[in-house]
Design a protein around this ligand. Structure first.
Ligand code: CP
Ligand code: NVA
Length: 300
């Protein structure tokens, strides 16, 4: 059987995703009761970070430890990657020693090269194109609040980036309506927007996207690797700030999510992210529980 990777949410079938979220809820409940079972005893995860991380690193490392396994942190600076060892050589060696490899990198194609050369599952810990592990946590958080995806309207407001594309995949998988509002030059590519016709729609107007939304999501205006564009982006994205005024267009019981780290006063105001509709801390914690379910799925 060929090895299963998790490079994108659509590497899972809708049924597998549904079961994984259910399993994450069980693992979360067990963890809260102090009853983690050592289901990954003897297993090792290598984690290669070419970009910074707080949540992804800690959730994978803690998750492996809680399930009886272990994780190894690697970065270009402390491996031979920065000295020119080809990815194909590195991954062949790594995958002969560990049971799974998580990669956080820039180009999605780099991640695909890891996957092609690996004999063990490769997990996307974020690329410039996608951030599927975050979506596992977001979907789990939604489920804990509302259970149903079908019939819900989600609004993604800000940059048509890796989080936005991941939400497009999730809409296709789970069947919720997704309205995306971005400046035109930062809209997701047409082939992404056409992935789930009728379900995913793009517009320039953030108020249109937020109208009667059940969930409002945003992300940073300048992602990792775009630091040089920060100043220009701040001006362009200003009308897309998620603030109390914008939230008034959403349903009164709408939730607010952000993958974090957040910049209060830029993409979201403190009033919203620290307010009663925000579920960002639960969302962040759910990285741990959702990824434990993912690790179990891929390693068993
Ligand atoms: N949301 C997220 O992936 O956070 P980190 O960059 O801290 O891992
Ligand atoms: N879009 C952000 C997400 C960080 C978790 C980035 O890529 O930097």
């Amino acid at each position: 059987m060929s090895v299963r990777h998790f490079l994108s949410l659509i590497d899972l079938t809708s049924e597998e995703l549904d079961q994984l979220l259910t399993r994450a809820m069980t693992l979360k409940a067990r963890h809260k009761m102090g009853k983690n079972a050592p289901i990954l005893s003897g297993k090792t995860l290598a984690m290669l970070f070419e970009k910074n991380s707080t949540r992804t690193r800690v959730s994978f490392e803690a998750g492996m430890a809680q399930l009886g396994g272990s994780a190894i942190f690697l970065s270009p600076e402390n491996t031979h990657q920065s000295r020119g060892e080809p990815i194909e050589d590195s991954v062949q060696v790594l995958s002969s020693m560990v049971d799974a490899i998580m990669v956080r990198t820039y180009a999605h194609e780099t991640l695909e090269r890891y996957a092609e050369g690996s004999s063990v599952p490769v997990i996307n810990g974020l690329t410039d194109r996608l951030h599927p592990c975050q979506l596992l946590a977001d979907l789990l958080t939604w489920r804990e609040h509302r259970s149903e995806f079908k019939g819900a309207r989600f609004a993604f407001i800000g940059d048509g980036n890796n989080m936005c594309r991941s939400y497009i995949n999730a809409s296709w998988q789970c069947g919720f309506e997704l309205r995306i509002a971005t400046p035109p030059e930062y809209a997701p590519e047409d082939d992404w927007l056409s992935l789930a016709p009728g379900q995913v729609r793009w517009g320039e107007d953030p108020m249109w996207a937020a109208a009667e939304a059940d969930l409002v999501i945003t992300d940073v205006w300048a992602s990792m690797g775009q630091e040089d564009e920060h100043r220009d982006r701040m001006e362009t994205f200003q009308p897309y700030q998620v603030n109390a005024e914008l939230m008034k267009h959403a349903n009164a019981d709408a939730l607010f999510m952000h993958c974090l780290p957040a910049h209060r006063g830029e993409e979201v105001t403190a009033e919203v992210i620290d307010g009663p509709q925000s579920v960002v801390w639960q969302e962040a914690e759910n990285r741990l529980h959702a990824q434990k379910a993912l690790l179990e799925f891929l390693l068993h």
